[in-house]
Design a protein around this ligand. Structure first.
Ligand code: HEC
Ligand code: HEC
Length: 126
């Protein structure tokens, strides 16, 4: 998130829900198996070449483990449960991308909507 960046135009849904850098995971790509998501960092090859083991663009790994110490109490990256919820919304955004869409309007965190047939067809959910 960019808490210190303010502007008149709000950020797009996808700037948070499908942008792995905003989520704290760093640059890379999310894949979805039909059941679980996975994150493939874009920087892995460069790290290997330079003999590094720390990804400097990441605040948290895909298991929700913080990778950076912070200097203020209570300041932390998203945990696994939060990442799961943010990414789950992102999976539906290609087609349900407005807060007025019934899918987004009725979304309850603990009880997300059941994916529609369109989603199942595209992601080949088993
Ligand atoms: C490829 C496009 C696409 C994706 C991705 C997609 N949907 Fe849909 N969904 C549709 C379309 C088209 C409809 C039918 C038209 C409508 O109701 O907006 C629909 C309808 C629905 C409905 C019924 C809405 C109603 O009117 O009651 C639900 C619930 C739903 N989707 C859930 C989801 C969820 C949850 C996800 C993500 C996991 C998702 N969809 C992803 C295209 C998609
Ligand atoms: C600035 C970043 C940001 C933007 C922009 C954003 N979201 Fe979110 N959204 C979040 C975060 C963070 C959560 C909370 C995740 C959690 O802890 O459950 C969330 C949660 C949600 C939830 C789940 C709510 C619930 O009850 O659990 C829905 C649905 C959602 N967002 C839809 C949208 C849609 C649609 C848009 C665009 C119109 C949007 N978001 C734009 C960051 C964002």
């Amino acid at each position: 998130m960019d808490p210190h960046t303010t502007s008149k135009t709000p950020r797009k849904c996808r700037d948070c829900h499908t942008n792995t850098k905003s989520m704290g995971l760093g640059y890379g790509a999310i894949s979805f198996s039909g059941k679980d998501w996975d994150f493939i960092p874009a920087t892995s090859i460069a790290l290997k070449i330079f003999g590094q083991d720390k990804r400097l663009d990441a605040f948290v790994n895909k298991d929700g483990k913080p990778l950076v110490h912070t200097s203020r109490s209570g300041l932390r990256p998203f945990n696994k449960a939060e990442l799961n919820r943010i990414i789950q919304v992102g999976l539906c955004l290609p087609c349900h991308n407005k807060m007025t869409d019934p899918v987004m309007k009725n979304w309850k965190g603990a009880n997300p909507p059941v994916p529609c047939q369109n989603f199942i067809d595209i992601f080949k959910v088993p």
